[in-house]
Design a binder for this molecule. Sequence first.
Ligand SMILES: [Zn+2]
Length: 303
Amino acid sequence: MSKTTDLLATRKDLKAGMSAKDAANVMLEKLDRFSIPDSVLPAANLVAAGNIHGRLQVQAPPLNEDLRARNIAIFYKYIEFENTRDYENLEKLFHPTEFRSTTYFGGDPIAPRALTRMLRGLFRSFPDWYMTVSEIVGADSMGCAGLVTGRGTQVEEFFGRPPADHQVAIPTIHAIRVDADGLIIEHRHSNPFEDVFKAQVMAPQAEDVQAVRAQQGYDSEAARRAYEIALRAGAPEKDLAELRARVETGRRMCQTLLKETLRRCSFQAEPGDIYCKLHQTSGYGVDGIDEMVLKVDVRRRTR
Ligand SMILES: [Zn+2]
């Protein structure tokens, strides 16, 4: 019996809702001479015992080869449509109402057309941007991750950086999650344009620093969890309404990125729209951002 089969067999020991650390320990105990008591790594375990992101699948569905192949194919399609600037078909790959672009827009869903708007902005600065899949790192019934190299020449200011006359090549890991209908419900990767040494320090309670950063410090996971806990605890309607409003605030955030910070605009979208008043007519990816408009925007924010 192979080691892989052994590991799968141990999955019967895992329980829904188990913390990632407990699940990992159950797995480790099944392996000969490989057990790390908590006391040996107190600091590491303290970190691991935190609220690990809920999407870490302790009980992943059994591997289905057809779904795995499907997800790899969707991953390639996604890269291909970006390379050919086929925005119409690209948008069809994403779930219309439950797609999360965690890296740039955070934990609340965006409309596929908000993502293509952002990409139009990127390709305006890097007209020859082209990605190649170097390696499929992993794929299962739920998604696919691959090592992707993006190459391009920056011809206009982007994210505060002046244009350069040479091509850059940036390797990143891209990951997609796909639902039962074959629609992408999440895309994330390490933001290749971000200078980590300039990143603002996030609240220590934030689990998903990338998502919280993208939403200007708003933590959609924490807001959602607070509401669910209050609901289970039978909190009075007045409190529930307040927590619901907080969840709604994130979902209604304008679906535009600010050019200077590559973070999601923190204004609320206009009723019936996905953009705030300002970004209905200007903003990243549509026709560049008017410097005057940007200044007004910043002034409003710092008031
Ligand atoms: Zn906006």
